[in-house]
Design a protein around this ligand. Structure first.
Ligand SMILES: NC(=O)NCCC[C@H](N)C(=O)O
Length: 403
């Protein structure tokens, strides 16, 4: 049971984790084929049953450490129990530009009559033309599409709950996602945060989503200090908009914008760096030597002052008010480091200062963390990792204790 009486709040990356939003992979992963996996942002075709087992084990590790786990599908079904949410869910599922007016009308009227559970499944796993309700007459769109084409796209990347929303203090930022395969995730998270009873009173950061930001790029270095990766997913405009929003709400005093390489291997800041203690990160050595940061602070007249760039580690330590940020390197040698960075060795989820969850396959990185006194709770991720995301990507902290 989730304790819904304690309001959400997250001030850091490493404060003891108390509640988290996860998504147990479901039928949306069964939509992946060799023809669509690139477009749907998976590097191979996962074995779905095994991915679910791996995910269940991940959730159990968290529960075993006192973390309440809210599953996205449960939260969505609960939210869709509200008639306004149900109507908004139907609107989010039906894309008239794709279906044309006839098919869009008939799908709208069909979905309006289905249960919250069925609508939730359509929103997550999508629908093929073959699965559309039988309609009288022949729609041109139905005739001209292959039965296995998607009438409603599946959302296999819902698994990566980190990216679609992020809590900053007592506010939630629902992301504006960049890649076409993930854009509709915003509507799903919007429904959950607007209509699930736990979140109904939660204030929003960032407001109506405009310039792209993704939660994998947002890092709460310490209370009031954010780092935002700017690269393949989050744009400079997104970082500036989020900075303005958190300054205006008084939930941060410094935001670092950190340019990262625009490649798939480094799609988010948390693919090269995550925090493992209040003053320590695990970091890809190539990034350690090259990452820089622009520092943004609010001015008295309500605008934003930008300084830099400066080396990331220096700018971060200064903003956090500490002497230095300790760095634990990924891997052992450059080739191992590159392999383990690709396999999300940097993408750890902190359960408390000095306690992280990591993929077991990243043997060298985990050994280095252990040498540095960090406890690594190792999980299997052979199938989960096929979407290119690790424990941090697969979790959206909702409540952490202060450090
Ligand atoms: N924070 C993260 O790095 N998330 C991983 C997202 C993986 C997903 N397949 C994507 O390409 O968006």
């Amino acid at each position: 049971m989730i304790d819904e009486t304690t309001p959400p709040r997250v001030d850091s990356e490493v404060g003891p984790l108390r509640a988290v939003l996860l998504h147990r992979p479901g039928n949306e992963l069964k939509r992946l084929t060799p023809r669509n996996n690139d477009q749907l942002l998976f590097d191979s075709i996962p074995w779905v049953d095994r991915a679910q087992e791996e995910h269940d084990a991940f959730a159990e590790v968290l529960r075993g450490r006192g973390v309440e786990v809210l599953l996205l599908a449960d939260a969505l079904r609960t939210a869709l129990g509200d008639t306004r949410a149900h109507a908004a869910g139907v609107h989010a599922a039906v894309d008239e530009r794709r279906l044309g007016p006839d098919l869009a009308d008939s799908l709208r009227s069909h979905l309006s009559s289905v249960s919250p559970a069925v609508l939730a499944e359509v929103l997550m796993a999508g629908m093929t033309f073959e699965e559309l309700p039988a309609a009288e007459g022949a729609s041109l769109v139905r005739l001209m599409n292959h039965p296995n084409d998607f009438a409603v796209d599946p959302l296999p990347n819902l698994l990566f709950t980190r990216d679609s929303s992020a809590w900053i203090g007592n506010r939630v930022a629902v992301s504006s996602l960049t890649m076409p395969a993930r854009v509709r995730e915003t509507a799903v998270l919007d429904l959950i945060y607007a209509y699930h009873p736990w979140f109904r009173h939660a204030a929003r950061a960032y407001g109506a989503h405009s310039a792209p930001i993704e939660g994998g790029d947002v890092m709460l270095l310490s209370p009031g200090v954010l780092a935002i990766g700017v690269g393949e997913r989050t744009t400079a405009a997104g970082a500036e908009s989020l900075a303005r929003s958190v300054f205006a709400d008084g939930i941060a005093h410094t935001v670092l914008a950190v340019p990262i390489q625009q490649t798939r291997a480094t799609m988010h800041l948390d693919t090269v760096c995550t925090m493992v203690a209040a003053d320590a990160v695990v970091m890809y050595p190539l990034s350690r030597d090259s990452l820089t940061a622009f520092t943004m602070r609010p001015t008295d007249d309500g605008s934003v002052k930008v300084e830099g760039p400066a080396p990331f580690l220096t700018a971060a330590a200064e903003a956090m008010g500490i002497d230095r940020l300790r760095v634990i390197d990924t891997g052992l040698d450059p080739v191992t480091a590159e392999r383990e960075q690709w396999d999300d060795g940097n993408n750890t989820l902190a359960l408390a200062p000095g306690v992280v969850v990591g993929y077991e396959r990243n043997v060298e990185t985990n050994a280095r963390l252990a040498e540095a006194g960090i406890e690594v709770l190792a999980i299997t991720g052979s199938e989960l990792g096929s979407g290119r995301g690790g424990p941090r990507c697969m979790s959206c902290p909702i409540r952490r204790e202060s450090i």
